[in-house]
Ligand binder design. Structure first.
Ligand SMILES: [Mg+2]
Length: 183
């Protein structure tokens, strides 16, 4: 990083923060199970506690959606790319951090390019190292398990999703553009 460059890093999650992937996941679930659930029905992080699927099925379908239906995955708001650019112009280094299965990586990269998402680095995590261990100042994420380990001087903004409504967290946003205003 050049000395005159941004001094703060904002880490932004991909799944359900930039990419509204659960809309397509739910659609795929409905096709396979002849059901009619919506994303709002996914009120728990642990999907097998609310739907008759195994953890393995959840992740396999998640990978399937990224691999075969990534073009259908919408951004969480229009002009998401421009919002990432504006955050960068505010003086932030942008680190896209996403924990996922290795085979989905090229499709996530294509998706980020398709929506012109700005990033200074792109971190694909395959193991169980907590996101909080990575270098950032502010994390924007929808997963309670990624936020609980974040301690000052780092901070985290929870991205509202149906599965994190009951999680106690002081700073919440429903759009990346709302997070932008807090930075
Ligand atoms: Mg996520």
């Amino acid at each position: 990083m050049p000395a005159e460059g941004p001094t703060k890093t904002v880490a932004i999650d991909v799944d359900s923060v930039l990419a509204d992937v659960m809309l397509v996941w739910v659609d795929e679930y409905n096709r396979r199970h002849k059901t009619n659930i919506s994303k709002n029905d996914i009120v728990a992080w642990d999907i097998p506690t609310i739907l008759p699927v195994s953890p393995g099925q959840v992740y396999r379908m998640f990978s399937y959606v990224w691999k075969y239906r990534w073009r259908e995955i919408p951004p969480t708001e229009a002009s998401i790319g421009e919002i990432t650019r504006r955050i960068h112009r505010k003086g932030y280094r942008i680190s896209i951090i996403t924990k996922r299965e290795r085979p989905t990586v090229p499709y996530v990269a294509k998706w980020l390019d398709a929506y012109d998402v700005y990033s200074d680095e792109l971190l694909f995590i395959y193991d169980a190292v907590p996101k909080a261990n990575y270098p950032f100042d502010v994390l924007v994420d929808d997963a309670p398990k990624n936020l609980i380990d974040v301690v000052p001087p780092k901070s985290a903004i929870l991205f509202n999703q149906p599965w994190n409504r009951t999680f106690q967290w002081p700073v919440r946003v429903s759009l990346l553009s709302e997070a932008e205003k807090l930075l």
